[in-house]
Ligand binder design. Structure first.
Ligand code: NAD
Ligand code: TYD
Length: 351
């Protein structure tokens, strides 16, 4: 079986690629990535020479290229993670998000449909189109309640609106063309190889460099944090076992107010950097709130736990400590992604 993974050079995608390449030597894994600022082949150096792994540089917005690639490679299945993923960037440049997240997804759906038309599936994951999405499509919760698979879509940011739109297209291709599609909507991930613009890696990087930690608004917004490798495991389980047309929510049952999370992170960083307790917390700076800032995300993942037996493996403080350890041990990675040096290097290699 030849499986296309899109966005495999990014944060979550690199963990999914690593899991599939090492766990399924009998399958060929093709990683298609444009290598934007967020995608980086240094995330995959440990598996880049594996016999069952291949990298293709390309843009999912380029329909002609995508159709040609599918015709040539004849992929059996797709796991689609490529996206513009940062809410703040979507506020400054929404069109980029429409192009990659909506048009790019539709290009992949069309290409998959055209090579799989008329094929009958022998196994549940043969010719599967797996779309990786976010809990942000559901909008925001108040103080109580959880997002369920049946919660109505109510996106508030250009990012979540573009992901919601792509989810609708994937469902429409299942309903209209019987494409073997599945979707999962996951809460906020954390772990290694996360580009330092999102809350946790940005804060680690800033604390390390004695820079201020920007907290939007009052820091009272709540996110449900999941260890990225648990997300990759969930994707594996869903890819192999879900019924066509189904949706699963994935979450950590791990809600944190931003300010409480940052205080825990500051405590860990003080310990790891041998700084006096309270040193890092002095860097906390309250800044203007994000426009349209969703108050609270929290996931009910009981369907996934009940039907497919998945559950999160790591307790949050342990995961956060491991994450900090990774960033402190990988200073070169951090410097090269923030300076753009990796991007320049890989652009030269693949252009
Ligand atoms: P990321 O920004 O780290 O990685 C995205 C990857 O997609 C990068 O490697 C980038 O180069 C690639 N890419 C972007 N535009 C492309 C294009 N036009 N053509 C080909 N490749 C392109 O994102 P992530 O955090 O790893 O998220 C991966 C997926 O998971 C996204 O679909 C995102 O919506 C979803 N998701 C993320 C989270 C989270 O907490 N990060 C939570 C739930 C769902
Ligand atoms: P982020 O990591 O951007 O993920 P998302 O917006 O997709 O949930 O942000 C997580 C939370 O942290 C969110 O409530 C916004 C907040 N935040 C800050 O307070 N300061 C920051 O510098 C960033 C990037 C985020």
């Amino acid at each position: 079986m030849k499986i296309l993974i899109t966005g495999g050079a990014g944060f979550i995608g690199s963990h999914v690629v690593r899991l599939f390449v090492t766990k399924y030597p009998q399958h060929t894994i093709v990683n298609l990535d444009k290598l934007t600022y967020a995608g980086n082949l240094a995330n995959l150096t440990d598996i880049e020479h594996s016999a069952n792994y291949k990298f293709v540089k390309g843009d999912i917005v380029d329909a002609e290229f995508i159709n040609q690639l599918f015709q040539t490679e004849q992929f059996d299945s797709v796991i689609h993670l490529a996206a513009e993923s940062h809410v703040d960037r979507s506020i400054t440049n929404p069109t980029e998000f429409v192009l990659t997240n909506v048009i790019g997804t539709v290009n992949l759906l069309n290409a998959a449909k055209s090579i799989w038309a008329g094929k009958t599936s022998n196994s549940i994951f043969e010719n599967r189109f797996y779309h990786v999405s976010t809990d942000e499509v559901y909008g925001t919760l108040g103080d109580t309640g959880l997002f369920e698979e049946t919660t109505s879509y109510d996106p508030h940011s250009p990012y979540s609106a573009s992901k919601a739109s792509s989810d609708h297209f994937v469902r429409a291709y299942f309903d209209t063309y019987k494409l073997n599609a599945v979707i999962s909507n996951c809460s906020n991930n954390y772990g290694s190889h996360h580009f330092p613009e999102k809350l946790i890696p940005l804060s680690i990087n800033n604390i390390k460099n004695n820079l201020s930690i920007p907290i939007y608004g009052k820091g009272e917004n709540v996110r449900d944090w999941l260890w990225v490798e648990d997300h990759a495991r969930a994707i594996d389980v869903i890819f192999h076992n879900a019924q066509a047309g189904s949706t699963y929510n994935i979450g950590g049952h791990n809600e944190w107010k931003n300010i409480d999370l940052i205080h825990l992170l500051c405590k860990i960083m003080d310990e790891k950097l041998n700084r006096a307790e309270g040193t890092s917390a002095k860097l906390i700076t309250y800044v203007t709130d994000r426009a349209g800032h969703d108050l609270r995300y929290a996931i009910d993942s009981s369907k996934l736990q009940r039907e497919l037996g998945w559950k999160p493996s790591l307790q949050f403080e342990e995961g956060l400590r491991k994450t900090v350890d990774w960033y402190l041990a990988n200073e070169e990675w951090l410097n090269n992604v923030t300076s753009g040096a990796y991007k320049d290097y890989y652009d030269k290699q693949y252009n």
